[in-house]
Each structure stands twice: as C-alpha cells, then as structure tokens.
Design a protein around this ligand. Structure first.
Ligand code: NAP
Length: 244
C-alpha cells in the first residue's frame, strides 16, 4: 500500500493530530481544510518535522467538484492515496423542536455526504492501486445519542452505517473501512460547553479525564497501519470508557 494519506479537516483539532501521527509513522500527507489557511500551515510545519512530503489543499468536503480536484491533487503530488481519514465535521446543538432544514443540510452535507464523496473518490484511486484504508471519524454520540444534538448524533450514526456498508462492498478490492468513535475530546468543537458541563462530562468518563486529539489520532494511526490489515467494518471507541 502506498504510504500516503489524505486527512480531511486537518487544520485543527483531531484532524491535525491525525496528520501529525501519520507523518510520524512515515506517511506523506495531504492536509485538507476549509477556511483556516494559517492553521493548516501550522499543521504542515508540524508534519514536516518528520521528513515526509506534506501538502495542503483547501476544499469543502461537501463540494463534489472540490473533492475531485483534491483527490486528483493528492494522486499527482503524493503518487497515490493509501489512506483516507474522513475527519472533517461540524457539530450542532439546540433543542430538537427548534431544528431547521438549514441545520440538517449543514450537518449532513459535511458529516455524511462529505465522508461519502471523499470515500468514493479515494476508493477509485485505491481500487486501481490494489488496495487502501479508509478511516471515518464518527462519535460516541452516533452510538448512544446525545440530548440536544439530535442531528449531529444522527449524522454520526450514519457514518457508522456507511463504514459497515463500505467495509463489505470494498473488501474484495482489498480496501478496509473502519471507524473511530471518539468520546469528549479537547478541541474547538467543545468550546461551546461551559466549565460546569466539561466537568460533568469528565466525571461521567470512567478514566476520569477529557480526551486529547492525540488519543483519537493514535487509534487512527493504528487502523492505518499494517497491524490493522485484517480489521474492517470495526467501530473503535476512544472515549475513556464513557460508552460501555
Ligand atoms: P474542530 O476542532 O472543530 O475542527 C474541525 C475541522 O474540520 C477543521 O479543520 C475544519 O476546517 C474542518 N472542516 C469543517 N467543515 C469542513 C468542510 N466542510 N470541509 C473541509 N473541512 C471542514 O473539530 P474536532 O473536534 O477536531 O472534530 C474532528 C472530527 O471529530 C469531527 O468529525 C467531529 O465530529 C469528530 N468528533 C469530535 C469530538 C470532540 O469531542 N471534539 C468527539 C467525537 C467526534 P477549518 O479549520 O478550515 O474550518
């Protein structure tokens, strides 16, 4: 398998940590982002410390033509796409009774359609190359559901369904498809929670702490490596025991 990886939403948070972990493991990396150009440069600099080839590409994962251009760029610059990490995601919170069509479109376009279309374009390259690995980032809320995050939870449950279906469909092409379901991880996505809510979430986590982006990224790096060659369709929780 070509040691090259495309990581979506890698300008910040879990995506940045995934890019760094994969670079550390010797993967050439494409760092995707939507708007945070200077943050993407910071990720590039962190990855370059490991002596691998690193490129960045601005694309909205929900935009099919931008995704096509991004995967073509990856193929040209990195010589292939051995690993795709579908990490780009947006959250949503509020009362379900206030939900709008616009909320649905925003959340599902990025979290579900974005993951599907990136997987489709990467799979075409992987099939031609004889194999690859797709790793989707879901969430523990996609397994158990979160109050006041109904659309987000539904979108992350859809990512699990997508993972399992693609694992079956792409296995004959030697492509594994797995999913990481993080618990509460310390990133910008949780900046909306106040101190008391974060303390409550920490208390509900059996291991007694909030996760780091590196906790999630190490699981992604494991699934991207040779040690996971016979694992597909798996949902790997990285949640400190929150969902047992
Ligand atoms: P974050 O800190 O908010 O970062 C989100 C990243 O996604 C940024 O790099 C952002 O790019 C990118 N992005 C968002 N929409 C995009 C789009 N349409 N096209 C391309 N890039 C896009 O989030 P995070 O906490 O690291 O979350 C990463 C993933 O983990 C998400 O799928 C999230 O649902 C999942 N997750 C997070 C937690 C948690 O507690 N943090 C828990 C479970 C699952 P820009 O910087 O350019 O905006």
């Amino acid at each position: 398998m070509k040691k090259s990886a495309v990581i979506t939403g890698a300008s910040r948070g879990i995506g940045r940590a995934c890019a760094v972990e994969l670079a550390k493991a010797g993967f050439d990396v494409l760092i995707n982002y939507r708007s945070s150009d200077s943050a993407a440069d910071a990720t590039l600099a962190l990855c370059r410390d490991y002596g691998v080839k690193c490129v960045k590409f601005c694309a909205d994962v929900a935009d099919e033509s931008e995704v096509r251009r991004m995967l073509a760029f990856a193929e040209m610059e990195l010589g292939g796409v051995g690993v795709l990490v579908n990490n780009a995601g947006v959250s949503e919170s509020g009362l379900f009774t206030d939900m709008t069509r616009e909320d649905y479109t925003r959340v599902f376009d990025t979290n579900v359609w974005g993951s599907a279309v990136c997987a489709r374009e990467a799979a075409k390259i992987m099939i031609a190359a004889g194999g690859g690995k797709i790793i989707n980032i879901s969430s523990m809320w996609g397994i158990v559901g979160s109050s006041c995050e109904a659309l987000y939870s539904a979108s992350k449950a859809a990512v699990i369904g997508l993972t399992k279906a693609l694992a079956k469909e792409l296995a004959p092409s030697n492509i594994t498809v797995n999913c990481v379901a993080p618990g509460v991880i310390d990133t910008d996505m949780n900046a909306c929670y106040d101190k008391a809510t974060m303390a409550d979430l920490r208390e509900q986590t059996p291991l007694g702490r909030i996760g780091t982006p590196e906790d999630a990224a190490k699981a992604v790096a494991f699934l991207a490596g040779d040690g996971a060659d016979f694992i597909t369709g798996e949902v790997l929780r990285v949640d400190g025991g929150f969902v047992i």
